[in-house]
Design a protein around this ligand. Structure first.
Ligand code: NAP
Length: 282
């Protein structure tokens, strides 16, 4: 039996939607805080059970009979997130789960510029030290978040961002979901750490050039990180602004520059590229 936490979210739900095409729905478990958010999954015959990262006892009972668990990283930041992930890993062990897949990020480190990668560093260590079989998907940045980053650049002709010449192996979230479904249903992924992203990487100059193919020429203007963070602080709570500014600085330092063919091999095809994604946005 395969269970997925965060099944009400984009990645968890998409992974179950791929899995249900490959395996019988009664062997799949969607773990959620609110079952009302996944009536589409229960309509497909997928079991829906309660799974809150803050509720250890319920997690243990909901994981009964589960062999493989996908722990989708949570939405909080810092100590709280590490504690929640640890709760899920410990509950999995107590419930007799054999194999845990975890959605991490590139370049996890105790000193990462991108704050979320600090949480991933600690969670990866908790999982590796748990004695459970693990597979770590170090998911690169989603292409899906690019529209938020690009803003109105296609219309204004100016793409402002503080990433220098740093490159990112952007990846479509749906491709990660399909890759996860493939890895969950094939052998050979035990105790592996995978860089999950494109087999190439793109700079913000490349993004501006790709946007230019849609019509109006777009220029990339590299701005100071401090100016970017100051602008974010006008619209967002400080911890979120700091997280996004750290992500941009991580891009500049090439923390997300991780070309890799693992996802391509899992999918049996080339993942969706930056150019294809941006063309479809036009
Ligand atoms: N690589 C990237 O570019 C990128 C971008 C954004 C996020 N991420 C990370 O990747 C994860 C998956 O991405 P996504 O697009 O699927 O995110 P998403 O759509 O925001 O889904 C997050 C899921 O986590 C669940 N969740 C959060 N806290 C929880 C808790 N305490 N207990 C139980 N469930 C909890 C949410 O449940 P509810 O529906 O109940 O809230 C939701 O189902 C994110 O959570 C985040 O850690 C990566």
């Amino acid at each position: 039996m395969i269970a997925i936490t965060g099944a009400s979210g984009h990645l968890g739900k998409a992974t179950l939607e791929f899995l249900v095409t490959q395996t019988s729905p009664e062997t799949l478990v969607a773990l959620v805080r609110d079952p009302e958010k996944v009536t589409d999954l229960s309509a497909k015959g997928i079991q829906v059970r309660k799974g809150d990262y803050d509720d250890s006892a319920t997690l243990v009972s909901s994981l009964a009979g589960v062999d493989k668990l996908v722990l989708i990283s949570g939405s909080t930041i810092g100590e709280e997130r590490i504690r929640q992930h640890t709760t899920v890993i410990e509950a999995a062990k107590e419930a007799g789960v054999k194999h845990v897949f975890y959605t991490s990020s590139p370049s996890p480190s105790a000193n990462a510029l991108f704050g979320a990668a600090i949480d991933h560093f600690h969670t990866e260590n908790v999982l590796k030290e748990s004695g459970l079989t693990y597979t770590i998907f170090r998911n690169n940045l989603y292409l899906d978040i690019l529209p938020m980053v690009i803003g109105d650049a296609a219309q204004s002709g100016k793409l402002y961002y503080p990433a220098g010449d740093g490159k990112v192996s952007f990846v479509l979230r749906a491709d990660i979901a399909e890759g996860l479904a493939k890895a969950l249903t094939t052998d050979g992924h035990e105790n592996q750490v995978y860089e999950i992203g494109a087999p190439t990487a793109w700079s913000f100059g490349d993004i501006a050039e790709a946007l230019s193919h849609n019509g109006k020429p777009v220029a990339y203007i590299d701005i100071p990180n401090s100016a970017y963070e100051a602008e974010l602080l006008k619209h967002l709570p400080a911890p979120i602004a700091t997280l996004y500014a750290g992500m941009a600085e991580g891009m500049k330092q090439n923390d997300f520059n991780k070309p890799d063919i693992t996802l391509e091999k899992l999918l049996g095809r080339t993942p969706v590229s930056l150019g294809e994604f941006l063309k479809n946005l036009a």
